[in-house]
Design a protein around this ligand. Structure first.
Ligand code: SAM
Length: 328
């Protein structure tokens, strides 16, 4: 005690501030609960306002996701009214750490480390693109079109976490899928997800960057597919300024940047499809809402006799987003 008192007051204060900013919450709450349980509704105190202040929307959903994750319960088994729920001190500390991260606009998917996509649960990883709800709509559309097909040899360009290919494999036992992906982390994650889902027998993934005249890895040069799917990067470069911090700060921009018109990578996929689709085979793409008419024109002007525009489809917000092309 005497030792401390001999130190200048200022350094005591600095030490206290440092301690508070490092693990204040953990220490304070652990002491506050004293090993007892604390009601979740009490732990929530002030966090909704903090989240709102940080610009996080849909705070009820965010809080419920984090509460469910901390309690290791499925989201839909947790009641909206948390009145019967309690945290122990370790859970409370986690809850606060996760909410701090959310206030720094880290996406929920990265905080939680996994996310449900259609009927499967996928692990997520910091630099790997988080699958989006509209991609579920896209995959449902493709599945509906291939339900009655006998055997489908499918290629996916840019598989990210594996969301699209693995949901196709999960829904349709007649599908065999190959994927290429430029990011090493995503390639590893897609393979890990395939193994976790027990789908690795019908899935292969190659770490390869599709480029002009080097569309596929050497080992796949001779392969022809019945179906190619892709959700390529399609955000126009000058639209980045309008994206949320969750995207700009935490997503890998290689997964999003589609160049000046958003179709830079899609054009490479068109060229790849000319070589690697069998005649009559289909290319399905998820794109931005301005793209389908542009793709129709590009097909007429540049791909006549090689690829043809079949149809475009709307998402749930009535935006034209998905296109189907056919190898002539
Ligand atoms: C919009 S993300 C889609 C990921 C996943 N299909 C999904 O829907 O969640 C685009 C993916 O394409 C990959 N990619 C971008 N350019 C590529 C290229 N030239 N060759 C291979 N993969 C590419 C990115 O790394 C990223 O994982």
């Amino acid at each position: 005690m005497l030792k401390y008192l001999k130190r200048p007051l200022l350094t005591l204060r600095q030490s206290a501030t440092r301690a508070l900013s490092n693990s204040t919450k953990t220490t304070a709450t652990t002491t506050a609960t004293g090993g007892r349980l604390i009601e979740v509704n009490k732990a929530l105190n002030g966090w909704e306002a903090k989240l709102k202040d940080a610009g996080v929307q849909d705070t009820d959903f965010n809080l419920k996701c984090i509460v469910s994750h901390v309690l290791k319960r499925k989201f839909n088994t947790v009641p909206d009214d948390f009145s019967q729920l309690k945290f122990n001190s370790a859970q409370l500390a986690d809850f606060e750490r996760f909410l701090e991260a959310r206030c720094a606009r880290m996406p929920l998917q990265h905080i939680i480390g996994e996310w449900d996509f259609m009927d499967i649960t996928l692990k997520t990883a910091p630099t790997v693109f988080i699958p989006r709800p509209e991609t579920e709509e896209f995959v449902r559309l493709v599945i509906d079109n291939y339900k009655r097909a006998e055997h489908v040899n499918m290629l996916e360009v840019g598989c990210g976490s594996g969301a699209m290919s693995l949901s196709m494999l999960h829904a349709l036992p007649q599908v065999q899928a190959t994927a290429i992906e430029r990011s090493k982390a995503a390639t590893a994650l897609a393979w890990e997800n395939a193994k976790l889902l027990g789908l690795q027998q019908r899935f292969e993934v190659h770490n390869h960057t599709m480029e002009t005249d080097k569309y596929m890895p050497e080992s796949l040069h001779d392969k022809r597919y019945d179906l190619i799917i892709s959700n390529p990067p399609y955000v126009k470069t000058d639209e980045f300024q309008y994206l949320h911090p969750e995207v700009v700060v935490y997503e890998n921009l290689n997964a999003l940047d589609g160049g000046s018109d958003g179709l830079r990578v899609a054009r490479l996929v068109f060229d790849l499809a000319c070589v690697h689709l069998r005649p009559g085979g289909k290319l399905w793409l998820e794109l931005g809402n301005e793209h389908p008419p542009l793709v129709k024109t590009i097909m007429h002007l540049q791909y006549e006799g090689r690829l043809k525009f079949v149809q475009s489809y709307q998402d749930q917000y009535k935006r034209e987003r998905f296109v189907q092309l056919e190898k002539v």
